[in-house]
Design a protein around this ligand. Structure first.
Ligand code: AVI
Length: 327
């Protein structure tokens, strides 16, 4: 089941004004930057699917290995906290990883309800239509909206124990301080005994990490450039894509993997009447994909008010799904 999370939906008026505001804000700053959350239009979703299938991008395959090879362990760890529970997935997408866990839990007769949260109504309606067929017996309530609003709604719907999944190393797309803030807010939306299962990409050979974000086939470059195409289409800008190159860096000391677009010439780009000037070789910071040590994951969790209960690794110990219990 392949979904295009954001595509078929008409974007509301305020989406465009927020998008325009964020783009102008970021490109007027020094250094220039754009927000990677805007990567995911219809074409961006397709390119991200291609990235997940490209040989250098190891993250998806490794977390999939955890969900397919260690399904029993995941299910037992979750059930240890008691039943019934709501299994809430933040940014559920097409649930390709979690479906293995859902099947196992249903097979075991676990008393739970699956609550996928996604900003896209298309994603939620696809999951509601398909998952109960592929996982017979599954109880599902889809929640369309922002993570924290929907978490509050989930608590209003039921007083069952909550198990929140935040997979795919999405936490890595926040700078370290924002990631800490995010974990703190998650904790505030949970009660003692609730759980958080968080997928995190770990520090490893710097060359392996860099290659994952600078693939030979140029898909990651196209993924970054696609945001300029989106700005051209949705905000009437005139970026000339041939005048930008992609650059990626990984700093093994602080674990920050960063993607940039580099202006190949001195140029002026117009966005809704506003002129944005680029020097030759000036960069736009596009994305962070932060890598952690396992100790750093635990420290972040503890500072937020969670106790690390289990670390479920892939066979190479490159990726972890950390099971954290709210205290
Ligand atoms: C979605 N996120 C976890 C991906 C990552 O690894 O940071 C996005 C991505 N950007 C380039 N390649 C993949």
């Amino acid at each position: 089941m392949i979904l295009t999370p954001t595509a078929p939906e008409k974007q509301p008026e305020n989406h465009y004004s927020q998008f325009l505001h964020d783009v102008l804000d970021g490109l007027s700053a020094t250094p220039k930057h754009l927000q990677s959350k805007y990567f995911y239009d219809e074409q961006g979703d397709k390119l991200f699917q291609d990235i997940m299938n490209c040989p250098e991008y190891y993250l998806t395959g490794l977390e999939m290995e955890i969900f397919t090879q260690q399904t029993d362990l995941l299910a037992h760890t979750i059930r240890k906290g008691g039943e019934p529970f709501d299994l809430i997935e933040l940014g559920a997408g097409d649930a390709t990883k979690s479906i293995h866990l859902l099947r196992k839990l249903v097979e075991m007769g676990a008393h739970f309800e699956y609550m996928p949260i996604d900003i896209s109504g298309h994603v939620i309606s696809e999951l509601e239509a398909t998952l109960p067929i592929s996982v017979p017996g599954l109880k599902l309530t889809g929640l369309k909206g922002e993570y924290f609003e929907m978490l509050a709604k989930a608590s209003a719907i039921s007083d069952r124990r909550k198990v929140v999944m935040f997979l795919g190393s999405n936490i890595g797309n926040m700078p370290v301080e924002d990631a800490q803030e995010f974990c703190n807010s998650l904790r505030q939306h949970l009660s003692a005994g609730d759980m958080l299962l968080m997928g995190v990409d770990l520090k490893k050979n710097p060359n392996t990490i860099r290659a994952a974000y600078d693939d030979k086939g140029g898909i990651t470059k196209a993924f970054n450039l696609n945001l300029l195409t989106r700005i051209n289409r949705e905000l009437g800008a005139d970026f000339d894509l041939s005048q930008f190159d992609h650059f990626c860096s990984y700093d093994p000391e602080n674990g920050a993997c960063k993607s940039y677009l580099i202006s190949l010439s001195e140029q002026v780009v117009k966005i809704q009447g506003k002129s944005i000037r680029f020097e030759k070789d000036e960069y736009i910071w596009m994305e962070i994909s932060q890598k952690y040590t396992i100790d750093q994951v635990d420290e972040m969790a503890q500072r937020a008010g969670f106790t690390p209960a289990d670390h479920i690794f892939d066979s190479k110990h490159w990726f972890v799904d950390a099971m954290l219990v709210a205290v």
